[in-house]
Design a protein around this ligand. Structure first.
Ligand code: SAM
Length: 210
């Protein structure tokens, strides 16, 4: 096993899990994930960190994808612990293996930064959502301040190799809007105690038109 493969299999998932489970981040999850309703699809569900935040009484079914098989095993175990029947598949958001108009709700947390083609992924999320369905998003990305953006642009070329393909400069709410969703912002701001270049977050609801 080469150093890069070893790093990606052993170190990188732990680093990401650690960064994505710090207190302020978990607080944001608690503001977004419990809003999920009906038939729910989660993009890039990773090891199932969001499972603790769903309101089981509001959910009729749960499905998710992630390309990382090792992380999916964790998500399957987390679902089993909750007694959920979860349809969790190894796949990428650029080609989601579910039929058109299958879901009432999409959950997308800290994943659009890492996909290869955000425009294609958003088109896929729109395809699998029912008309009027909602996508709940919580992402870090492109900061509004020019100085911070400059650092994001300088750091990103190295960062994305260390952090599993994570990009720092991607727009968040604006990307959902550009993909045809009506966006209601629930919150935005820098994450306390996080470096500003990685700490700008936006969260909200993106609705697919009827
Ligand atoms: C920073 S982690 C976030 C995991 C989880 N969503 C969370 O909130 O903690 C990014 C996730 O996106 C997944 N990912 C990377 N490329 C992807 C793609 N093309 N389609 C779907 N998921 C992808 C990774 O395997 C990883 O689980």
């Amino acid at each position: 096993m080469g150093l890069k493969t070893w790093y990606e299999a052993n170190i990188m998932p732990r680093m990401i899990t650690c960064a994505c489970s710090q207190g302020q981040v978990m607080k944001r999850r608690a503001a977004v994930v419990p809003l999920a309703r009906g038939d729910v699809f989660e993009l890039g569900c990773g090891g199932g960190i969001n499972h603790a935040f769903y309101d089981p009484s509001a959910i009729t079914s749960y499905a998710g994808i992630d390309p990382h098989e090792g992380l999916l095993d964790g998500a399957r175990a987390a679902a089993q612990e909750k007694g959920w029947t979860a349809d969790l598949r190894a796949a990428r958001g650029e080609a989601i293996p579910f039929a058109d108009r299958s879901f009432d709700c999409v959950v997308c947390t800290f994943t659009l930064c890492s996909v290869d083609d955000p425009g294609q992924v958003l088109a896929e999320l729109s395809r699998i959502l029912k008309p009027g369905g909602q996508a709940l998003f919580l992402e870090h990305g492109r900061a509004p301040d020019r100085g911070v953006r400059g650092w994001q642009e300088r750091i990103e070329p190295v960062w994305k190799h260390l952090a599993g393909g994570c990009h720092l400069t991607r727009p968040i709410g604006a990307a959902w809007q550009a993909a045809g969703f009506a966006v209601e912002t629930l919150g935005e701001g820098y994450t306390p105690k996080a470096p500003r270049f990685a700490g700008w977050m936006e969260w909200g609801v993106a609705r697919k038109p009827l």
